[in-house]
Design a protein around this ligand. Structure first.
Ligand code: UT7
Length: 335
């Protein structure tokens, strides 16, 4: 039996609509200069982030999901009342339960849908697309909402200059449906997790959760930035190569590379190591910061709204982060 789980795959999943939302309030580098000892120059040079959007005190991840879905419905004239499954990728749910996905079900009065949140940190959106493809292919479901959404500002320590400059809030949504003729947009997937490095990036909550490494219990994001950076430029670059190899494509066949928007320097380094040009790379880092599970759909939607992404083009989406986890998808854009 061939046990390779990451080979080119079957798909009947078609993306039929996209939407996104970011909260109104903008936190600039100048604002951060007033909170911690930092500078616009340092932040721009080391991360490429100019500003990020921050949810209001009474605005939660579910609210961002509702707004992204409304945006999608307005732009594409689609209904969600007949959706039969909802997946929300998030590390910042309003509550551990009920799931954000069940809040989406209730808010839009979707009467016959299942719903679940998945938590794969910054790899969450790519992982959610993979799950949706499997559910559609198995014929268990036929119309799925996939949302990546975060309110990272609520778990960011604004006294820690090594993390507070990075994170922002936002949401992006795809509507994914089973095609009539059996053709699908998802061409290949790749997953790899290294739990031995979990302590390098975590949200502290249960002190025992990551053993001797967890010395913080305040509920904030804790990161060893330098080590995560090193891991990203080597292991993530290797993962992107693996995904390309297993899909039978080379970087030259791919129209758009959409790595998780963690840091512009990481993106540049990934491009150098994998053969993608910066001009074919979509990112949401500059204006939105690191929005974890929302960063990939935000980057794609910006390009869709600008008209730069065209139907028929091949995209490589690659999420990476807490876990440490990687998840990638190659898909053909059909909108
Ligand atoms: O999305 C999930 C995955 N996460 C990531 O991919 C994040 C990966 N890591 C990073 O993006 C980078 O490591 C950071 C942006 C977090 C930090 O950049 P860096 O170039 O790795 O900086 P560093 O940690 O090596 O620190 C360099 C210096 C230090 O000072 P000394 O020890 O050299 O005197 C820091 O104390 O920069 C200092 N520093 C700052 N200075 C001004 C750290 N944060 C700041 C700051 N402003 N905000």
């Amino acid at each position: 039996m061939n046990t390779t789980q990451n080979a080119a795959i079957h798909s009947n999943a078609v993306i039929t609509a996209i939407g996104s939302y970011v909260p109104e309030r903008i936190l600039t580098n100048a604002d951060l200069e007033k909170l911690v000892e930092t500078s616009d120059e340092w932040i721009m040079q080391r991360t490429g982030i100019k500003e990020r959007h921050i949810a209001a005190d009474n605005q939660f991840t579910s609210d961002l999901c509702f707004a992204a879905i409304r945006n999608m419905m307005e732009r594409y004239d689609v209904s969600v009342t007949d959706v039969d499954y909802i997946i929300v990728a998030t590390s910042t749910p309003d509550a551990v339960f009920p799931s954000v996905a069940s809040q989406v079900q209730s808010h839009f009065g979707i009467t016959s849908a299942g719903a679940a949140d998945i938590q794969a940190a910054c790899a969450g959106f790519a992982a959610a697309i993979q799950l949706a493809n499997g559910l559609l292919l198995s014929r268990a479901h036929r119309k799925i909402l996939v949302i990546g959404a975060e309110t990272l500002s609520k778990i960011t320590d604004y006294t820690d200059r090594t993390t507070c400059i990075l994170f922002g809030d936002g949401a992006g949504a795809f509507l994914i449906e089973a095609s009539e003729d059996g053709h699908g947009d998802v061409a290949a997937v790749y997953n790899k997790t290294d739990g031995t490095r979990g302590h390098l990036l975590y949200r502290s909550s249960l002190a025992s959760a990551i053993g001797e490494h967890d010395i913080h219990t305040n509920g904030y994001i804790v990161q060893n930035g330098r080590e995560v950076y090193r891991w990203a430029v080597s292991h993530v670059a290797e993962g992107v190569q693996q995904l390309l190899e297993r899909s039978g494509h080379s970087a030259a066949d791919i129209d758009w590379f959409i790595p998780h928007s963690a840091n512009m320097r990481i993106i540049e380094s990934l491009c150098e190591r994998t053969g993608f040009l910066l001009s074919q790379t979509l990112s949401s880092i500059n204006l939105y910061g690191n929005t974890s599970a929302a960063s990939i759909p935000l980057a794609i939607d910006e390009a869709v709204k600008a008209g730069t992404v065209k139907p028929g083009q091949l995209m490589l989406l690659y999420g990476f982060g807490g876990g440490l986890t990687q998840a990638g998808v190659i898909l053909r854009w059909s909108l």
